[in-house]
Design a protein around this ligand. Structure first.
Ligand code: NAP
Ligand code: FE
Length: 366
């Protein structure tokens, strides 16, 4: 019997020059806080387009770090308060987009970032316009923000229905300046959202709608990812697949791939998508025992003949990284114990035990 709800309130505008075409309609209020990383908003051309289209006032916060912390978000929120900004325009990869969501909350709620995890928030965050410059996180259509939490030595997601951006403008040309390895890292993040969402025990007919199309589109770009020849058409497909991945996990959340990936980012500086990619093949093998038809559907849509072919693909895309990390056994056990406590693991089919997670970690990073 089908039973589901589906909530995705972000207005999507996808295509060439959508920011320019929005013109004055880009503004959601009187004064914008524009949130970006250090260079990508300029490099991608997105900031120029925004400044050209925007007629109203703004103030720029261009200091979002990769894998942002709560303190980094506090800084931006203070600027929003002192400058009386009433909405946010976020430009960048998942880091600036996620940081902007937390700034939107902190700008109107007198709380510390850690308190948001423990207590939530009362006042409605500032509305956000999201403009992605990577094709990976899908943050422009999710109600999540992932922060680095030093107190807990990990990365942790914050979620809430009012964290969905109000509007997202997706223009593939903004991803054209991405270096090849970042293109691959982020593309694999998008794939992990689509696949984890489809294989999650929270998947529904509605989330499958996005996941299945996204996996098929991603399958079509495999030859380009392998060759490194990334045309604008491929960029468009990747951005579309990434958006569909976001729509999927907005409903399902992610599974244990993300839980195992966080320590690789926190302790070993692996970019998020690469940290997921290291575990994807083992994840499919584990999940095959619990949902064989679903795993086979993933392989079919990717046009890969076997689980082994999937592992070979990951080995090829991450040739410089697979088998290179040698984490001592006692640390592996600690990573598995921490991962086992996350919601991501409880959303995974077959709900892996600490022992099973330890085995998967050993298989890939011992
Ligand atoms: P990112 O951390 O936002 O950016 C990675 C690097 O790419 C940065 O150095 C960035 O430069 C650069 N960059 C971005 N766009 C570029 C462009 N068009 N041209 C050249 N360089 C560019 O990477 P990301 O993978 O998109 O985001 C990762 C973050 O998102 C992680 O914190 C992850 O946990 C989170 N995440 C969130 C969700 C969600 O649902 N909210 C889902 C998955 C992951 P700058 O420093 O100049 O910006
Ligand atoms: Fe992710």
């Amino acid at each position: 019997m089908r039973e589901f709800s589906f909530f995705m309130p972000t207005k999507l505008v996808f295509g060439q020059d959508v920011v320019k075409k929005a013109g004055a309609g880009l503004a959601l209020g009187k004064k914008a806080l524009i949130v970006t990383g250090r260079s990508s908003a300029r490099l991608s051309g997105a900031l120029d387009d925004v400044l050209e289209a925007l007629s109203g006032e703004y103030v720029l916060f261009d200091r979002v770090e990769n894998n942002p912390t709560g303190e980094n978000c506090q800084e931006g929120a203070e600027l929003a308060r002192s400058e009386n900004c009433d909405y946010i325009i976020a430009i960048g990869g998942g880091s600036p987009l996620d940081a902007a969501k937390v700034m939107a909350v902190l700008a109107v709620n007198e709380k510390s970032p850690l308190e948001l995890y423990a207590q939530g928030w009362e006042k409605k965050p500032l509305p956000i316009v999201a403009i992605p410059t990577t094709a990976g996180t899908g943050s422009e259509v999710t109600p999540y923000a992932v922060l680095t939490i030093h107190e807990e030595e990990t990365k942790k997601g914050l979620g809430g229905p009012d964290l969905f951006p109000a509007v997202a403008y997706l223009d593939p040309k903004y991803t054209a300046s991405l270096p090849l390895q970042v293109t691959i890292d982020t593309a694999v993040d998008a794939l992990s959202h689509l696949v984890e969402g489809y294989l999650s025990n929270r998947a529904s007919s509605a989330s499958d709608l996005a996941a299945l199309q996204g996996i098929a589109v991603w399958g079509g770009v495999i030859p380009a990812l392998r060759s490194g020849d990334i045309s604008l058409q491929v960029r468009e497909d990747l951005l579309f697949a990434s958006m569909l991945g976001g729509i999927t996990i907005a409903q399902t959340g992610t599974t244990f791939v993300h839980a195992l990936g966080y320590p690789l980012t926190y302790f070993h500086d692996y970019p998020h998508g690469r940290a997921n990619g290291i575990f994807m093949a083992s994840y499919l093998e584990f999940t095959h025992a619990h949902a064989p038809e679903r795993v086979e559907m993933v392989l079919e849509l990717l046009d890969l003949p076997s689980l082994n072919a999937f592992r070979e693909l990951m080995n090829e895309l991450f040739a410089d990284y697979v088998g290179k990390l040698h984490v001592p056994e006692e640390r592996i056990r600690a990573y598995a114990e921490k991962a086992a406590q996350t919601k991501n693991v409880s959303y995974s089919r077959g709900t892996p035990s600490v022992e099973e997670l330890t085995e998967i970690l050993k298989e890939n990073i011992l």
